[in-house]
Write a protein that binds this ligand. Structure first.
Ligand SMILES: [Zn+2]
Length: 405
């Protein structure tokens, strides 16, 4: 409850900050953005904030319904009748649960893609692609869910007591496997990846990447434009499977100097070992989470207090829910750490390329993506993994004028 109130309150704060700025472009951006562009960004952000508040209220209602109306207990006892094996019974419990949650979230995804994104001119998806995506994603999660779920629940059922130690090792191993196979096996199910065609840019990129002493499969261009006009770049994978991915939309929106600056920012994350650091932290926090689950499983009285029978499915599910409620207040810390990394990556990019190119690239991305120029500080500390644009430009020393023109 506190979580949903806090979430909506933060959304309201941000909405107020945005609407207060509606009549004029914020001072820092008057040279770069027209009033029209700024107002579109405000309307887009406000629409998404309203959507986000409505959605979190809805999912809280759904969660409470699962708990208080006895639906979860009912599902559990029905499966008890039909499935004999306790491991498959628990898997079926999670299967039906995820199916119901998936169906309930469908109207929200449809609305977000075909109403909000469409209205602001970002949607490129047709219903056919939406359905194939959904079908592929469902199939993938069923396969991966059984591959991980079966041994996981077997450990829970047969080992008891200290089940959470092997389960943790299994879970982490699975996480690493997914990270490793994601670029080569999973991502290509949804998008086409091709080599960068611009030769001189490729050479410059190669130099930049090699200078940082990093091994990778190289730079790939992803056909993001079939779903959305939003532009972005990211890197993915671990070990030798690392790759840098550019959205094709980004390539059409930026000059080659700017693309190089964005790439240098991504390389900066690698050079500063940000991925490794985050992985290291998640190894530890996940371990704490599993210790909590181990403790939770020893306290069937708590599950009974919630009005449920302490069978495997409800015990694990409520344990994960409670865990997500306790860890929620940690998000400002995680975001603060992530913003720190963004500044470091920016600094790296400025040293390798220039503040003018990086600054212009960011401004261009905000313009094309209708990114909000105005930010409420408290809202940002809970929700922003990236620093606000004005802070980034200021910190990197972007002066707003290029020496070239
Ligand atoms: Zn970054």
């Amino acid at each position: 409850m506190t979580k949903v109130i806090l979430h909506c309150w933060l959304n309201l704060r941000q909405k107020r900050a945005l609407l207060q700025s509606y009549e004029s472009v914020p001072n820092a951006f008057q040279a770069q953005f027209s009033l029209e562009e700024h107002q579109k960004a405000v309307r887009y952000a406000v629409t998404k904030l309203n959507f986000s508040s409505a959605r979190i209220i809805f999912s809280t209602i759904v969660m409470v319904t699962w708990l208080v109306t006895g639906v979860m207990g009912l599902l559990d006892s029905i499966l008890y009748v039909f499935v004999n094996d306790p491991v498959w019974q628990t898997l079926a419990f999670f299967g039906v649960f995820s199916l119901v949650e998936g169906i309930l979230s469908l109207p929200w995804s449809l609305y977000s893609q075909f109403v909000i994104e469409e209205k602001f001119g970002f949607n490129k998806m047709n219903p056919k692609l939406f359905i194939t995506d959904m079908f592929k994603a469902t199939l993938l999660s069923v396969i991966l869910g059984v591959i991980l779920g079966y041994p996981f629940i077997s450990l829970f059922h047969y080992v008891r007591g200290f089940w959470f130690i092997p389960a943790y090792l299994l879970f982490m191993g699975f996480q690493f496997l997914i990270l490793w196979i994601f670029p080569t096996f999973i991502a290509p199910l949804f998008n086409k990846f091709s080599a960068l065609s611009d030769e001189s840019l490729s050479v410059q990129i190669k130099q930049l990447v090699e200078k940082a002493g990093f091994q990778s499969q190289g730079v790939f261009v992803m056909d993001a434009s079939k779903r959305s006009t939003h532009g972005n770049a990211y890197f993915t994978g671990i070990g030798k499977n690392k790759r840098i991915v550019f959205f094709d939309t980004l390539l059409t929106q930026l000059t080659s100097g700017q693309i190089l600056a964005v790439l240098a920012h991504e390389v900066g994350h690698l050079a500063h070992k940000h991925i490794l650091k985050r992985l290291g932290v998640s190894v530890i926090t996940t371990m704490i989470g599993f210790i909590f689950l181990g403790w939770w499983a020893l306290r069937p009285d708590l599950v009974i207090d919630l009005g449920l029978s302490p069978s495997h499915g409800p015990t694990l599910l409520t344990g994960v829910w409670v865990l997500s409620l306790i860890t929620f207040p940690l998000s400002p810390i995680s975001n603060w750490w992530s913003r720190k990394h963004e500044f470091q990556a920016d600094r790296y990019a400025v040293n390798e390329t220039s503040a003018q190119d990086l600054g212009r690239a960011l401004l261009e991305l905000y313009r094309k993506n209708a990114g909000a120029l105005v930010v409420d500080k408290t809202y940002a500390s809970w929700n922003y993994s990236h620093p606000p644009l004005s802070e980034r430009l200021q910190t990197m020393g972007y002066s707003g004028e290029s020496s070239n023109d």
